[in-house]
Design a protein. Structure first.
Length: 185
């Protein structure tokens, strides 16, 4: 996978997340309309008594609208922030190993990073990956040399550049850990 394909994959995931957040907010608006006036969304007048004024529709409607707006903001800002870090920050070489946490309902990929430079922090990072590339399974079990772009706001890895593209850090999924736990030492 090329670097441009990695950026296109990030944008595709961003659009999917943004669309899901729009759907969530729309469901919240429908719930609020059920609370206020169900006939506006096609509920027959003889059935409105079960919806109109029922506080559960107000609670869920408000919750879904707020969550939808928060997720829209994250889905819009985080990919832009990652691309900004990629284009403006200096990179530092590190070692990379990919871990897989496969459950029955999802699979999560993690990048385990360690810095071998003299005087470097002995801790590494376990980074949850967002928008993983289709060829990420080929990286499992191999130790790779990578270039890592550090987020200046958090001093944590944000973008990992390897030979075939980029790996993107998931917002809030970076954990500092001892480098020896995954470096083979």
């Amino acid at each position: 996978m090329s670097h441009q394909t990695s950026i296109a994959t990030l944008r595709k995931y961003s659009i999917i997340a943004w669309s899901a957040s729009i759907f969530l907010a729309a469901f919240g608006v429908v719930s609020l309309l059920l609370f206020v006036r169900p006939s506006l969304i096609g509920v027959y007048s003889d059935s409105t008594s079960g919806y109109e004024g029922n506080p559960i529709w107000l609670v869920f409607g408000t919750l879904f609208v707020i969550l939808g707006m928060v997720f829209q903001s994250i889905a819009y800002r985080w990919p832009r922030h990652l691309l900004h870090v990629l284009s403006t920050q200096l990179a530092k070489p590190m070692r990379l190993q990919i871990e897989v946490d496969g459950g029955s309902d999802h699979t999560q990929y993690y990048a385990c990073l360690s810095d071998d430079t003299v005087g470097a922090n002995p801790n590494g990072w376990r980074v949850g990956l967002w928008a993983p590339s289709p060829d990420i399974r080929d990286l499992i079990g191999h130790e790779l040399s990578t270039i890592v772009y550090i987020d200046p706001q958090t001093a944590e890895p944000a973008v990992i550049e390897y030979a075939n593209g980029y790996l993107w850090a998931m917002k809030g999924a970076v954990i500092s850990c001892p480098a020896s736990t995954y470096s083979g030492a």
